[in-house]
Design a protein around this ligand. Structure first.
Ligand code: HXC
Ligand code: NAP
Length: 287
């Protein structure tokens, strides 16, 4: 079902900020929030990308979209985003911490600056936005919802993307910590852990050149397909809506079974042919 799942108006009256909302998955989630009646603010470093996306979105959905440039590594820039969104839409109901930086590399080849850059965008950027938006909601006694986009290697770890794995693990810990601590302020914190969903940003950095052919990412997924952006948007729409009011501190995996395939000791037996199973059965029955 590659179509919108929630009923019309499910996010009516809500204002949602999506970091990294000008491209990729952030854009797809933002579009669905608009379809469901939300006001939307999108933020990232490149204003020209944000403006283009915002104008296409406004045309398509006949809705209000506010593009605001911001480097989430700088706390003061985030405070300005919050001020601008409130000035335009009145109040903020939810934040999707989606912006990220990532690339593949043997860890020993990374400079300390390269390691820092990913940690700074993913971990510090998310904690910055969370702190600024959370303090604002608490001071104004307003409810709120955080949705943090992590990955499945946030709990398994992964070679060749160690900075990203460290940072996403930190974001997951932040999600669970605040789900408890800030529940008393009526602020919910949840996360989504997507498997591979094709986007230009991820593909050119994680599967460049012949890498995709070498590791064949589809083979790693039991369902043998990548995710469709609408499938992720459906989950995000639900988690930002009041239908999920009792879901708090959860991380929902949407990866076609990818990570658990890698984890199960005997899942490699998928390679055993039917003929070979017949032979094994015969050997067993002879005993
Ligand atoms: C090794 C690298 C590198 C690479 C950059 N660096 N790319 N090192 N391999 N491929 C090093 C640089 O040499 C430099 O260190 C330092 O990192 C900073 O690089 P800059 O280019 O100056 O940084 P900046 O312009 O701020 O760009 C940040 C970035 C870039 C993270 C490097 O890729 C970016 O803007 N990314 C944003 C979008 C993104 O990454 N999207 C993908 C998310 S996908 P030195 O020491 O030389 O100065 C994702 C999916 C996960 O997370 C799961 C998928 C299944
Ligand atoms: P993407 O299109 O490259 O999105 C990343 C976004 O982050 C960009 O819009 C980028 O915009 C923004 N960004 C980067 N650094 C920033 C900074 N310092 N301040 C503000 N914004 C910044 O990649 P994507 O695939 O859609 O990824 C979106 C999210 O999904 C990420 O959290 C990623 O880890 C997660 N994810 C993706 C996949 C997948 O298969 N695609 C799988 C698992 C998890 P600017 O360059 O304009 O700043």
């Amino acid at each position: 079902m590659m179509e919108g799942m929630l009923k019309e108006g499910s996010l009516k009256g809500k204002t949602i900020i999506v970091t990294g909302g000008g491209t990729g998955l952030g854009r797809s989630m933002g579009e669905y929030f608009l379809e469901l009646g939300a006001n939307l603010a999108i933020t990232s470093r490149k204003m020209e990308v944000l403006e283009k996306t915002a104008s296409e979105m406004m045309q398509k959905y006949n809705a209000e979209v506010l593009p605001v440039a911001c480097d989430i590594r700088n706390y003061s820039e985030i405070e300005q985003v919050i001020d601008q969104v409130e000035a335009k839409f009145g109040s903020i109901s939810g934040v999707v911490n989606n912006a990220a930086g990532n690339f593949i590399s043997p860890t020993e080849r990374l400079s300390n600056r390269a390691f820092d850059i990913v940690i700074d965008i993913v971990m510090r950027g998310t904690s910055n936005f969370t702190l600024a938006a959370g303090k604002n909601w608490i001071a104004k006694k307003q409810p709120g919802a955080f949705l943090n986009i992590v990955t499945t290697y946030a709990w398994t770890g992964s070679g060749y993307v160690a900075p990203s794995a460290c940072a996403k693990a930190g974001v997951l810990a932040l999600t669970r910590s605040l789900a408890v601590e800030w529940a008393k302020y009526n602020i919910r914190s949840n996360a989504i852990a997507p498997g591979p969903f094709p986007t230009e940003g991820a593909w050119k950095r994680l599967f460049p050149g012949e890498v995709a052919e070498q590791i064949d990412p589809l083979k790693r997924i039991p369902l043998r397909r990548f995710g469709d952006h609408q499938e992720l948007a459906n989950l995000a729409g639900y988690l930002m809506s009041d239908y999920s009011a009792y879901v708090n501190g959860e991380v929902i995996t949407i990866d076609g079974g990818e990570w658990i395939q890698g984890a199960g000791e005997f899942n490699g037996l998928e390679a055993i042919s039917s003929d070979m199973w017949d032979m094994l059965e015969k050997m067993r029955s002879k005993k």
